[in-house]
Design a protein around this ligand. Structure first.
Ligand code: HEM
Length: 392
């Protein structure tokens, strides 16, 4: 790799920086390179421009979902439908869609609203909360139990697994905790699936029961397929939603004009959330190269991993005016925070609706707040580490 541009910046995790600084690094790397080889972990290519990234997302015959974690080219796990390519992919994705459609999602919102309000009420009088542990880790875990018709008391278990799972996709080489958490989650779901087999539920109203009836070609999903789907739903819904909520609250705590705008005019919340998703994207997907290819000059070899750097795409000045500026009413706003392919986030409607409810209910109750004096907000590529908020 002597004749190509190389860098060594940990885009998957790395040491936390003051919140927002990571994106400065990404902007610098885009300005320097259209693509480069990142020497972190086993090494992987990084595409930095919006158009190239969209093109790669939409070319699965070259950029395969066999692995989606740049530092993990040969995963020991099989998230479904994530780690499949066409034509298999749609067969695994379709059974999820009716549970995650805009209409279905509206049916979950009373639960979300009630729980969001209860959480806020539990700490509002104290005038202070660490937002991640006091709110953002809890609500998505409760919602997952609701979605899967599991007892809400299991939310603590999901929350704990999500915290331990994070290392799977972040720091290469520190995976033992994550592997144990994945094992715990899989054992848990194995029991749940066995229980569903013993005492069948109604597939019209129970997500897991419907997965047990899902068909692939001329046969039903086997238990492993059901388990690998449930793993994706857990893994895909917890840390992601938590992180976007945290970035939204950090931005609004530190940008008084935006916060006042949103309190004055809650109708701006859907557009504001799109802009938060654009400006603070929290995942960057990997793909595995299926054949030797010269991709806009980048000499990729079969088996190489590539990061389609969504952090970078969403801030590409060729596509977004003044990309470093957060504009709550930005339009158009064709960000790729949820991806840009057949694998586009299946839970995007749910994530959006949930976070919008949170923003609405929080600002109805706590319109003025700040990052607590004397606390520092640090973040890795995707995660705010902690966010201490205060109000009076
Ligand atoms: C704001 C929060 C979220 C973000 C930023 C996010 C982001 C993403 C991204 C970028 C992908 C695309 C992967 C690819 O191209 O390979 C994805 C896939 C997926 N997400 Fe999300 N996600 C979020 C929340 C959720 C939620 C709440 C759920 C479900 C309850 C969910 C379920 C899924 C599933 C099942 C896939 C796999 C889709 C497929 O491979 O066809 N996500 N997500």
């Amino acid at each position: 790799m002597t004749d190509v541009a190389t860098e060594a910046f940990d885009l998957n995790g790395g040491e936390p920086l003051p919140a927002g600084h990571f994106y400065d690094v990404v902007d610098d790397l885009r300005a320097k390179h259209r693509w480069y080889w990142n020497q972190c972990g086993p090494g992987y290519w990084v595409l930095t421009r919006y158009q190239d990234i969209r093109e790669a997302f939409q070319t699965p015959e070259i950029f395969s979902n066999e692995s989606i974690v740049p530092v993990d080219p040969d995963p020991a796990y099989r998230f479904l439908p994530s780690l499949t390519d066409p034509p298999e992919h749609m067969k695994y994705r379709t059974p999820l869609l009716r549970w995650l459609s805009p209409k279905a999602v509206q049916g979950y919102m009373p639960f979300v609203r009630e729980n969001a309000v209860a959480l806020i009420d539990s700490f509002i009088a104290s005038g202070r909360v660490e937002f991640l542990s006091g709110f953002a880790e809890i609500l998505p875990a409760r919602l997952l139990t609701f979605l899967l018709s599991l007892p809400v008391s299991e939310a603590e278990f999901f929350r704990d697994c999500a915290l331990r799972l994070r290392d799977t996709v972040s720091r290469a080489g520190e995976q033992s905790t994550a592997v144990a958490a994945m094992g715990d989650l899989k054992s848990y779901f194995t029991e749940v699936v066995a229980d569903h087999r013993r005492s069948p539920r109604d597939p019209a109203t129970d997500f897991i029961a419907s997965l047990l009836e899902a068909r692939i070609d001329d046969r039903a999903f086997d238990d492993e397929e059901v388990l690998d789907t449930l793993m994706t739903l857990s893994f895909g819904s917890l840390d992601t939603t938590k992180s976007v909520m945290s970035w939204a609250m950090w931005h609004l705590a530190t940008h008084q004009d935006d916060r006042e705008w949103l309190v004055r005019d809650p109708g701006i919340i859907p557009s504001a959330l799109e802009e938060i998703l654009r400006a603070y994207p929290i995942v960057s997907m990997g793909r595995k190269v299926k054949q030797d290819v010269d991709f806009h000059g980048c000499p990729m070899k079969k088996g190489d991993m590539v990061m389609l750097n969504q952090y970078s795409a969403n801030r590409d000045p060729e596509v977004f005016d003044d990309p470093r500026q957060v504009k709550l009413d930005r339009s158009p706003n064709r960000h790729v925070a949820f991806g840009s392919s057949e694998h586009r986030c299946a839970g995007s409607h749910l994530a959006r609706a949930e976070i919008q409810v949170v923003i609405e209910e929080w600002h109805r109750r706590i319109p003025v707040y700040r990052v607590t004096e004397g606390t520092e907000v640090r973040a890795t590529a995707s995660h705010i580490e902690s966010l201490d908020l205060s109000w009076s």
